[in-house]
Design a binder for this molecule. Structure first.
Ligand code: GAL
Length: 331
């Protein structure tokens, strides 16, 4: 093997890709084990991202195998390139605050930063197992992004049953909670109150029974993504567009070949990365493994998105230049 080929081979083994002969980027590998700085699997399932300065914080369900089954956990990781993740803290370790029983769940944690109160506010779906009848959101607060989040309360947003939740912060900083509501057969986009501790008002109800709801604002259009209601089993996720969050929203269309079932994943968030040369919108999905949940994987891919069309390309390893915003999918 020639020296150059040997080096390329070594770099690929490490997951490093040189771009333009200078910068080296870590590969983002959909479906592969994603190790943190300690070499442990990132435990941030059904997650969300908060950006502060140049740092991204990834929060999600911590389903590590050695967790104590009497508690439910959320973990926080940080990164400045969205590829290398540093474990910060198990920010939630909570034992059944609403007496929901042994198999209660705390899912899809999302953290907002409130600039007025300088508090970090976490929302999560809290429920009892058998039938998900509690159907509420849990709210936590913390003074530090990666501190111990304190449980504040649970409630039903707008008085409605709420299961999967999503978060959306618009370009003007306004914070929204997205939540699926079974009796209404659709999902809501609702504005949070000034202190983020309540859901203040309904902005839009989208009458399509979709969960794993995610919204992004890109080139003057809002794009909403959701998954069908098939539990852990993947299904063809869909998207719609609107000029305003209030709607009207277009029809829902497939984001990927329907037979791929979103390449085995389920939506959790869309993340917009605006760089000096390009803006990349990342689809963040979960590849659930219900029987070995600690080993559930992530499917992050740059979306093809423009002029009201959105498409999730076939998953392949890719790199992101966080400065320029450019994503390069490997051949
Ligand atoms: C999915 C949901 C997940 C989890 C799962 C449990 O529909 O998106 O967050 O609640 O069901 O069956």
């Amino acid at each position: 093997m020639k020296i150059k080929n040997m080096l390329t081979h070594a770099a690929l083994t490490l997951g490093l890709i040189a771009a333009g002969g200078c910068a080296t980027f870590q590969l983002i590998r959909p479906g592969a084990v994603w190790p943190d700085d300690r070499g442990k699997y990132v435990q941030a399932h059904g997650g969300g991202i908060l950006k502060l300065g140049n740092t991204y914080y990834w929060f999600g369900e911590d389903r590590a195998q050695d967790n104590d089954r009497n508690y439910r956990y959320a973990a926080c990781y940080s990164s400045t390139d969205l590829a290398h993740w540093t474990f910060r803290h198990q920010v939630v370790k909570l034992s059944d605050p609403e007496q929901l029983g042994r198999n209660w769940v705390l899912e899809r944690p999302k953290v907002f930063y409130n600039t007025k109160t300088k508090k970090f506010v976490m929302y999560a779906h809290i429920d009892g197992k058998g039938g998900y009848k509690f159907a509420s959101v849990a709210v936590f607060t913390c003074d530090a992004v990666d501190g111990d989040y304190q449980y504040l309360k649970s409630f039903r947003p707008l008085g409605k049953e709420s299961r999967d939740i999503g978060q959306f912060v618009d370009d003007d900083g306004a914070a929204y909670l997205i939540f699926e509501s079974r009796p209404s057969k659709g999902f809501y986009i609702a504005k949070l109150s000034d202190d983020c501790l309540d859901v203040e008002k309904e902005v839009c109800f989208i009458g399509s029974p979709l969960e794993g709801g995610a919204v992004v604002h890109y080139q003057g259009l809002y794009y909403a993504i959701g998954s069908a209601l098939t539990g852990w089993r993947p299904n063809p996720n869909k998207y719609a567009t609107a000029k305003s969050l209030e709607g009207p929203w277009s029809e829902f269309k497939d984001i990927a070949p329907p037979e791929s079932n979103t390449y085995g994943s389920q939506s959790t968030m869309m993340l917009k990365v605006a760089g000096t040369k390009a803006t990349t919108v990342i689809f963040m999905g979960d590849i659930w493994k219900p029987n070995t949940q600690w080993d559930s994987r992530y499917l992050w891919m740059p979306l093809e998105i423009s002029d009201g069309k959105l498409w999730l390309p076939e998953p392949k390893d890719w790199t992101l230049d966080i400065k320029t915003g450019e994503a390069v999918i490997q051949k």
